[in-house]
Design a binder for this molecule. Structure first.
Ligand SMILES: Cc1cc2nc3c(=O)[nH]c(=O)nc-3n(C[C@H](O)[C@H](O)[C@H](O)COP(=O)(O)OP(=O)(O)OC[C@H]3O[C@@H](n4cnc5c(N)ncnc54)[C@H](O)[C@@H]3O)c2cc1C
Length: 551
């Protein structure tokens, strides 16, 4: 039987686009399949904030950040905490990825026209010792144009392949099977779904109007993770984090359904580290949702007081933006699925960034004028919209009124007004104290030694009860599903491996489906900005390796 193409790529997200571009530029014929309609091309990356992990970049150096490969590797290891036999390939991928991030990554993107916001963000600050979790220095580089700005050059390269007759895009093709001929996987089967005008991000129908069967020598699985499928998230929820929360918001569209992973597994691929996931603890209900249960993650500065559902402060070092997984672990032990930020107007104005391209129209639209406008008095427009319409926001002048409204919002009656007042007043006393025993206050002072934080990210320390900084704001924070850190185990050529460690002939995997490389390059935790880059690196690797193997 003849082949329909040299390679078939399953999934038109960032990883699939990167793989397809490499194959086409190597002169291969590729069919790119996606279950969604054409208007959704780019997958999750379109919605992303476009944050990228670089090591020792010109942007860092201009801000006097001294970074190095060695420091980044120390941080990666402390964060990943690899501790399983199946971490063999993930660890090898991590080594290669840190080399990439400290080496050619930025220049490679720059050559494709990608540019970066000059102020580098400091995500996952850690708070433990030098070998523990977290970024020792700021490394979160925001793409100028956010997610769409990063998708653009890869889509352009793929469309150039279409123009040259090397790439065929087939939308509304949902893969449901992989079949072998003489031991090698070379056939992709599935359903052709009814045409859809569903807007990007909204659920498209799953009505099948036909079937398909396509053959190629190489198949690249780039179908994303499981974050949009809460049943799968619950089924894979790690025992160490207790029972999954009753309420979870969705940080990804419905197409992140994880079903293709089961298809690849049925064909013989091995999935590892399923219980490692990266969900956020600062999710707020989108007042203007695009997909079901749509939640937005707050990327917080370090100053807000973080309280559990009963009003008790989270333990050190679980400050905003320090340790996502550690915070999730703690929250799951409280027996309540939500927590609170309590802060001032002054803090929200400077410290709340909302993750997502549509929540940052200034950066996404590449408008210098609008970005500079952030320095003006007042909360950024999208943050103000949440303050006005968001279901999780409570704004009051006095702690007693704030506590009453917090209780009304949840219906749980867990916040004691006097205790809340006491927590805030105690923290405020430490703000006045030039020495302080409160490590969060120390962390805020430390952050402001970094120019980027002082300029746009961390409010000058002040008392929350200072009327000039008010009103007081409480934000209910929900668990928000996002990334799968485990996935199909792959070797350094992105070949999918089987249970016995040998390659599954003909099959490669990239992006979130491959745990961003190896089946779990992040280990347990991420340094952030590592996902998009992981898609690019593993997609590029898979595309190049498949092109080479085709001879
Ligand atoms: C709001 C938001 C903000 C983010 N911000 C950042 C950030 O700042 N930095 C960062 O590093 N990461 C960020 N991320 C994460 C990052 O965007 C994703 O991890 C990454 O884009 C995943 O890409 P992917 O190609 O692996 O998968 P996806 O983008 O999920 O693409 C997979 C594609 O495969 C298709 N597909 C699935 N199953 C099938 C099937 N059976 N048949 C055919 N097609 C199928 C899907 O329709 C989809 O188009 C963010 C994500 C979101 C949602």
């Amino acid at each position: 039987m003849a082949y329909d193409a040299d390679a078939i790529v399953i999934g038109g997200g960032l990883a699939g686009l990167a793989a397809t571009a490499e194959l086409a530029e190597a002169g291969r014929r590729v069919i790119l399949l996606d279950q969604e309609p054409e208007q959704a091309l780019g997958g999750q990356a379109h919605w992303s904030f476009g944050g990228l992990f670089f090591v020792d970049s010109p942007e860092q150096r201009r801000l006097r950040i001294r970074d190095s490969h060695r420091l980044a590797w120390q941080d990666w290891l402390g964060t990943a905490a690899f501790d399983r036999p199946e971490d063999h390939w993930p660890r090898r991928w991590a080594e290669s990825y840190v080399d990439f991030a400290a080496g050619e990554k930025r220049a490679w993107l720059h050559r494709m026209g990608v540019r970066f916001f000059p102020v580098v963000g400091w995500a996952e600050r850690g708070g433990y010792d030098a070998n523990g979790h977290g970024n020792s220095v700021p490394r979160f580089h925001i793409t100028w144009g956010t997610g769409p700005g990063l998708v653009e050059p890869f889509e352009r390269r793929v469309r150039a392949g279409v123009a040259r007759g090397r790439v065929e895009l087939r939308f509304r093709h949902r893969v449901t099977g992989l079949k072998r001929t003489a031991g090698a996987v070379d056939t992709v089967t599935g359903e052709v779904l009814a045409p859809s005008t569903a807007q990007r991000g909204t659920a498209s129908s799953r009505e099948a109007v036909g079937t398909f069967e396509l053959r190629a020598q190489a198949v690249i699985v780039a179908s994303g993770g499981i974050g949009g499928n809460h049943e799968l998230v619950r089924a894979n929820w790690p025992e160490r984090l207790g029972t999954p929360p009753e309420k979870m918001l969705s940080g990804v569209p419905a197409h992140v359904d994880g079903l293709m992973l089961g298809v690849a597994e049925d064909a013989g691929g091995r999935i590892i580290n399923r219980d490692r996931m990266w969900h956020y603890t600062e999710g707020i209900e989108n007042w203007n949702p695009i997909w079901a249960r749509h939640g937005i993650r707050i990327l917080p500065g370090p100053s807000s007081l973080w309280l559990d559902a009963t009003g008790r402060r989270l333990p050190v070092p679980l400050f905003p933006g320090f340790d996502t997984l550690g915070t999730l672990d703690h929250i799951m032990r409280t027996g309540h699925g939500y927590t609170w930020f309590v802060l001032s107007r002054k803090i929200i104005e400077k410290e709340f960034t909302l993750s997502g391209s549509e929540q940052n129209p200034d950066l996404t639209g590449r408008s210098v004028r609008d970005v500079l406008g952030r320095a003006r008095h007042g909360a950024p427009g999208p943050v103000q919209a949440f303050m006005d319409h968001g279901a999780d926001f409570v704004i009051e002048r006095e702690p007693a009124a704030l506590a009453r409204r917090m209780n009304e919002l949840t219906g749980d009656d867990l916040i004691d007004a006097d205790a809340l007042h006491g927590e805030i007043a105690a923290r405020d006393r430490e703000i006045r104290n030039p020495y302080t025993k409160d490590l969060q206050v120390t962390a805020v002072h430390g952050a402001r030694r970094y120019l980027g934080d002082r300029l746009i990210r961390v409010a000058a320390p002040h008392r929350l009860l200072d009327p000039a900084a008010g009103p007081l704001i409480a934000v209910r924070l929900n668990i928000l599903t996002r990334k799968s850190l485990g996935g199909l185990e792959t070797d350094l050529s992105a070949r999918v491996l089987t249970e016995d460690g040998s390659p599954l002939p003909g099959v490669y995997a990239a992006g979130e489906a491959a745990g961003f490389g190896g089946g779990g390059v992040h280990g347990y935790r991420s340094l952030e900005g590592t996902f998009l880059g992981g898609c690019l690196f593993s997609g590029r690797t898979a595309g190049r390796a498949a092109a080479r193997a085709l001879g």
